[in-house]
Design a protein around this ligand. Structure first.
Ligand SMILES: O=C(O)C1=C[C@@H](OP(=O)(O)O)[C@@H](O)[C@H](O)C1
Ligand SMILES: C=C(OP(=O)(O)O)C(=O)O
Length: 446
């Protein structure tokens, strides 16, 4: 069944300027956030080639996950996204439609996780995306797939995968310094390669490592045999971060899966408690998880909040003052926009390190945060590997999120306490949080 996308969910088209609501009192709210983008898109990919039907309970329905479902359909997989549970009718060797086009939007997970699937289908598939996705790193992934036996024309979008219904597999070295997704994209379909895969990352750093743990955990949960080890190789050089993953050939099983709430989407709501000296509870916060969002409570405590776990979820309480933070976010770069929003409200300087890779995400997040929050009077300096933020008086201004959902949500946090902030294109939040403006005003009205 093909679902109809609406507004920016489908196209990323712009919405009217949105006056960010001011919090007239400390926020007191209980918020349920939608399902994890990373969990939903991994579950869709793993279900696609499994023999049988998989049900995804609590799947996220947002631009990035609908794009993933659309690409799977292009590859010949039947995916139903109608109800609260999404259903995937997996097929080990699907056939893509003739002249198939895989539209990836600006979804890194879609652009990086589906080319390997396309090598295992029968047919030629052209991959393309938003203008920004054409610039984001893909070349190391496409090169590695070629080494594993794939026929691919092009090194960047638009490129064509000539699917032959099988892939030889083998061992490849890939530099994932710019994105962990380049490794996840080789691993997620790898049980279906003839000989499985051995992937060695060799590069100056490995960002977003918890997402690789998530890939391994989800592969194992689907029945795959995966080994992970750190590799010491003199050839890697003294500063190189080197790691190896081995996935054995096999047949992942179809399964019912419950998708966790997206802890990244929770970040703005929890930050609202710290910014306003209020209290926000996120319901159903997972007890244990691979999501790097598990680091959020400690980060928010360092900035002046108090965290409490209850059987109902996670509660953050603000104290009325926000403090600066000095932190390495290489594991959790997605937190940087929200932490920057808090940092511009803080009473002491902050330093966010280990996030050079944010230059290559939805936008150059480092430059865009410095430019846009600078319009409010914020003092932000871009360093080689992150941002330095110093306290400064702030005033209202109109802010452009640069088509980046996390920037738009970060501006909304500052807008709670700084009057006169207007956000262009708030609909861009639909990449991961389909009803963000409604959820935000509902939080303030509780
Ligand atoms: O594998 C994933 O689901 C993700 C990995 C990370 O990407 P990078 O490794 O490019 O930072 C993260 O930023 C992204 O939102 C989701
Ligand atoms: C970097 C992100 O997304 P993508 O999956 O497009 O890389 C993100 O959601 O912060």
């Amino acid at each position: 069944m093909v679902s109809i996308l609406t507004g920016s969910e489908a196209t990323g088209t712009q919405s009217d300027p949105w006056p960010a609501p001011l919090a007239r009192q400390p926020v007191e709210a209980v918020v349920a956030v939608p399902g994890s983008k990373s969990g939903t898109n991994r579950a869709l990919v793993l279900a696609a080639l499994a023999n049988g039907t998989s049900r995804l309970r609590g799947a996220l329905r947002s631009r990035d996950t609908l794009l993933m479902a659309g690409v799977l359909r292009t590859l010949g997989i039947e995916v139903s996204t109608e109800g609260p549970d999404w259903v995937v009718h997996g097929h080990p060797t699907p056939s893509a439609a003739p002249t198939a086009r895989a539209e990836c939007g600006n979804a890194g997970t879609v652009a990086r996780f589906t080319p390997a699937l396309a090598t295992l289908t029968r047919g030629d598939v052209v991959f393309d995306g938003d203008a920004r996705m054409r610039e984001r790193p893909l070349t190391p992934l496409l090169g590695a797939l070629r080494e594993l036996g794939a026929e691919i024309d092009g090194d960047r979008m638009p490129f064509t995968v000539h699917g032959r219904g099988r892939l030889r597999g083998g061992e490849v070295i890939v530099d994932a310094s710019h994105s962990s997704q380049l490794v996840s994209g080789l691993l997620l379909a790898s049980p279906h390669y003839d000989t499985g895969v051995t992937v060695v990352h060799r590069g100056s750093r490995l960002p977003s490592a918890p997402y690789l743990d998530m890939t391994v955990a989800d592969l194992r949960a689907a029945g795959a045999t995966v080994e992970v080890d750190a590799v010491c190789s003199p050839a890697a050089g003294p500063v190189a971060d080197t790691r190896r993953w081995r996935v054995e050939p096999g047949r992942p099983t179809a399964a019912d899966r419950t998708i966790e709430p997206d802890m990244n989407s929770a970040a703005a709501f929890l930050a609202a408690a710290v910014a306003t000296g209020g209290r926000v509870m996120i319901s159903d916060w997972p007890e244990s998880t691979e999501q790097p969002g598990r680091l959020l409570p400690d980060l928010l405590v360092a900035m002046g909040g108090t965290a409490r776990r209850t059987s109902a979820g996670l509660e953050i309480t603000g104290a009325g003052a926000v403090h600066g933070i000095d932190v390495d976010l290489s594991d959790f770069g997605e937190a940087a926009p929200i932490l920057t929003a808090l940092a511009v409200l803080a009473d002491s300087p902050s330093r966010l390190r280990g996030i050079a890779h944010l230059r290559l995400q939805e936008t150059d997040r480092l430059a865009a945060l410095a430019l846009e929050l600078g319009r409010l009077g914020a003092r932000i300096t871009v360093a080689d590997d992150g941002l330095a933020i110093s306290p400064a008086p702030l005033h209202g201004a109109r802010l452009d999120p640069h088509a980046d959902h996390r920037l738009a949500m970060a501006y909304a946090v500052v807008g709670l306490v700084v009057p006169g902030i207007v956000i262009d294109d708030i609909a861009t939040t639909g990449k991961t949080v389909p009803d963000f403006p409604e959820m935000w005003t509902a939080m303030l009205d509780q």
